[in-house]
Design a protein around this ligand. Structure first.
Ligand code: 13P
Length: 250
């Protein structure tokens, strides 16, 4: 059976408002062509660009995601953006626990869980990022690290209708290095087993992220338990993004 595939563009802080608007205007036709069959395209621009991207991409019927949200529903949290505002603007997905947020902004496993709860209350599907660093990888501790990052998440995940878990090895993000395919096979099979055991009633899509390019997309998506790709740098360039989606949805 052909699987339904996610192609999630995480633009990080690489696409300022004017560039995001220009990108969408120029490529809305191309996006429409890519959003076919079982493909699920999700663009994640910065907060300020969300509204324009949603409006400009309407004809392509793709989904828009946020890169973060507050773990709180409301209150005195200067600079934070609540999940309800994301819902009101038309956001359907939201990245939580990205390794950059964990490392640079102190996002904890507890905060990740609170964010998932806040998103769920507003009908937004979380894209929950997990991953080990290079030292942990070389020490053979990947599964223990992932298990730790998911420990608090699973009880909440088990109450949701749908969620996405994105495995992004930190050492693969923005480096051009990607894990060996056999290694990914093993990790994703193990992840699937964890999900079946701990959140059996939730539909969970498993996503890979970290240096996805047109050269490796097809091989990555063909890993049996991988349901989609989370694409950083290469998603800023429409030609590369288009190639990734086309090659990986053949
Ligand atoms: P790169 O594709 O640039 O390695 O980034 C991956 C990522 O962090 C997506 O969330």
């Amino acid at each position: 059976m052909k699987k339904s595939r996610f192609f999630i563009a995480n633009w990080k802080m690489g696409m300022p408002l004017a560039s995001a608007q220009e990108w969408c205007k120029r490529h809305v036709g191309g996006l429409t062509a890519l959003q076919k069959g079982d493909n699920n395209l999700v663009l994640c621009p910065n907060f300020v660009a969300l509204q324009s991207v949603i409006e400009l991409c309407k004809p392509a019927a793709i989904n828009i995601g946020a890169q973060n949200c507050s773990q709180h529903a409301q209150g005195a949290y200067t600079g934070e953006v609540d999940a309800q505002s994301l819902k009101d603007v038309g956001v359907r997905y939201c990245i939580v626990g990205h390794s950059e947020r964990r490392a640079l902004f102190g996002e904890t496993d507890e905060a990740v869980v609170n964010k998932i709860v806040a998103l769920e209350a507003n009908g937004i599907k979380p894209i929950i990022c997990i991953g080990e660093d290079s030292k942990q990888y070389h020490a053979g501790h990947t599964k223990a690290v992932l298990e730790g990052q998911l420990r608090l998440v699973f009880p909440v995940l088990a109450t949701l209708p749908r969620a996405l878990i994105a495995y992004e090895p930190i050492w693969a993000i923005g480096t051009g290095d990607t894990p060996d395919i056999n290694y990914l096979d093993d990790i994703f099979l193990w992840l699937r087993e964890q999900v079946m055991m701990k959140a059996p009633d939730t539909i969970v899509s498993l996503i890979y992220g970290g240096s996805v390019t047109p050269d490796n997309a097809e091989e990555l998506i063909n890993v049996q338990q991988i349901d989609g790709l989370l694409i950083g740098g290469a998603s800023l360039d429409f030609q590369k993004f288009e190639k990734i989606v086309s090659l990986a949805s053949r």
